[in-house]
Design a protein around this ligand. Structure first.
Ligand code: TMP
Length: 211
């Protein structure tokens, strides 16, 4: 029996971090996890030791260090390959539960729909990188690109966050298409924090009780 793998996706500022915090406080006492199972919260990019270094490279705002679109795709892919090999797969094999802030569909949304890299190329790379490890449950926290920018107006943006509204609109459209295609749980993230976290907990219970 493997542990469960839950992923949160959405454009920047959609509230993933807050909701992952809420869920990880509740989950260990929910009765869903087997005795002795641990809960691991992680993220992409940057969920492994090598990944932390890659995250710094990928999100560097220095114009001189800006990767080409293809290099960017491969850097995110390298981060994921390492994350799966060193963190996600070992945890799931050990019966632990994993919550990840972003996974492979962020690449499809940002590099595919956002940067216009051929989706089939991305899916081919993904099939090698993911090593058969896919989420049991994905939440898409849905906010508009306008709200995303508004929520982040006082923060220093990283390289991807600096791309502006047009890029964000393409990424958001991409996420919506993927969410429909993969039958994700779409949560309106403009609701208050408690309402959103209750919806998430209910869905987790519905999906994993007695499984
Ligand atoms: P974060 O701020 O949610 O940690 O993610 C860092 C940025 O990286 C965010 O703007 C989304 C972007 N990103 C991609 O462009 N492709 C990917 O595959 C992933 C995982 C993140």
């Amino acid at each position: 029996m493997k542990g469960k793998f839950i992923v949160f996706e959405g454009i920047d500022g959609c509230g993933k971090t807050t909701q992952i915090d809420e869920l990880s406080k509740w989950l260990p006492n929910s009765g869903l996890m087997k005795k002795g199972s641990r809960l691991i919260t992680t993220r992409e990019p940057g969920g492994s030791l090598l990944g932390k270094k890659l995250r710094g490279l990928i999100l560097d705002t220095n114009e001189n260090n800006k990767p080409s679109s293809l290099a960017e795709l491969l850097l995110y892919s390298a981060d994921r390959a390492e994350h799966i090999s060193k963190v996600i797969s070992p945890a799931l094999e050990n019966n632990d539960w994993v919550i990840s802030d972003r996974f492979s569909d962020s690449t499809l949304a940002y590099q595919g729909y956002g940067r216009n890299i051929n989706l089939e190329i991305i899916k081919n790379i993904e099939s090698i990188v993911c090593q058969g490890e896919y989420p049991d449950l994905t939440f898409f926290l849905d906010i508009s690109p306008e709200e995303s920018l508004l929520r982040r107006k006082n923060e220093i943006p990283d390289r991807i966050e600096s791309e502006g509204i047009k890029f964000l609109e393409k990424v958001n459209e991409g996420f919506k298409l993927i969410a429909q295609e993969k039958n994700w749980n779409i949560i309106s993230a403009s609701q208050n924090i408690k309402t959103i976290s209750n919806q998430i907990k209910e869905t987790v219970l519905n999906n994993f009780s007695n499984k």
